[in-house]
Design a protein around this ligand. Structure first.
Ligand SMILES: Nc1ncnc2c1ncn2[C@@H]1O[C@H](COP(=O)(O)OP(=O)(O)OP(=O)(O)O)[C@@H](O)[C@H]1O
Ligand SMILES: [Mg+2]
Length: 239
């Protein structure tokens, strides 16, 4: 069965040479797909070609069966693919509420925006409780969750998260992963990139190990996590 998002033989780079080499990737509808791999493997580059920030040199990218290669980032957003970037991306002096509202910037229908605001307030306690405070006053983990809330304002079918747990302490990290699980249960398909292989693959219905722009191994999340070679490479000898 075809995935919600399909990459087929995608080759892409930045001018200095190719970073992704004939990459095939399928993101199953309704699942959590997690890409792990070392720094510089090309994980964020995959996300950039999907969101239209980088055009692949070769290959096909299909969303719901239709090509999205060459569409603008805005057009891709409007098709239902929303990305939460690796770095912090809230406007620090704006309030939580204003930041979340910005997520709906391509939406004109005010009643629809209001209804979605209500929904994210319902789903994310921190948005409800801290709505009038500047984003910069929140902890790193809280800010990440507000970024998730902002991403849901366009009611996306596919939510792409680039290393959401980066820089968070273990307790906050588990809150963030719990939130990802809840978004998935609420019907969002998730494509996740994660340095923390154990947490990421533990959550995933499908796991992909990327090395030097190529798929090294893939399978269902727990199978990849329990692969002896992967344990040795990514989880340390004691795993
Ligand atoms: N804008 C850019 N211009 C030139 N080279 C880039 C650019 N962005 C990334 N690269 C290079 O592409 C390669 C892959 O980078 P990418 O950001 O996709 O890695 P990553 O797997 O996301 O790593 P990390 O885990 O550190 O985030 C790296 O060698 C990087 O230096
Ligand atoms: Mg990256």
């Amino acid at each position: 069965m075809a995935g919600l998002l399909e990459l087929e033989r995608v080759t892409a780079g930045y001018g200095g040479g190719d970073i992704l080499h004939e990459l095939d990737l399928s993101v199953e509808d309704g699942g959590i797909t997690c890409i792990v791999g070392p720094n510089g493997a090309g994980k964020s580059t995959i996300l950039r070609v999907v969101s239209g920030l980088l055009r692949p040199r070769l290959g096909a990218i299909r969303f719901r069966g239709a090509s999205i290669v060459g569409l603008t980032p805005r057009a891709i957003l409007q098709r239902g693919i929303v990305q939460v970037p690796q770095e912090r991306s809230l406007f620090p002096t704006m309030t939580v509420w204003e930041n979340v509202r910005m997520g709906a910037y391509t939406e004109r229908d005010q009643r629809l925006i209001d209804r979605r605001l209500e929904e994210v307030c319902e789903a994310f306690t921190v948005v409800r409780e801290r709505r009038d405070e500047p984003a910069a006053s929140l902890s790193g983990g809280q800010q990440k969750i507000v970024e998730f809330a902002r991403a849901l304002m366009l009611d996306p079918a596919l939510v792409i998260l680039d290393e959401p747990s980066m820089g968070l302490d273990p307790k906050t990290r588990s809150t963030v992963f719990e939130t990802i699980r809840a978004m998935n249960r609420a019907g969002r398909t998730i494509l996740l990139v994660e340095q923390n292989a154990r947490s990421g693959l533990g959550l995933a219905s499908h796991g992909v190990v990327l090395e030097s722009g190529r798929v090294r191994l893939e399978g269902d999340g727990p199978a990849v996590l329990n692969n002896p070679e992967i344990s040795r490479l990514y989880l340390g000898a004691t795993a």
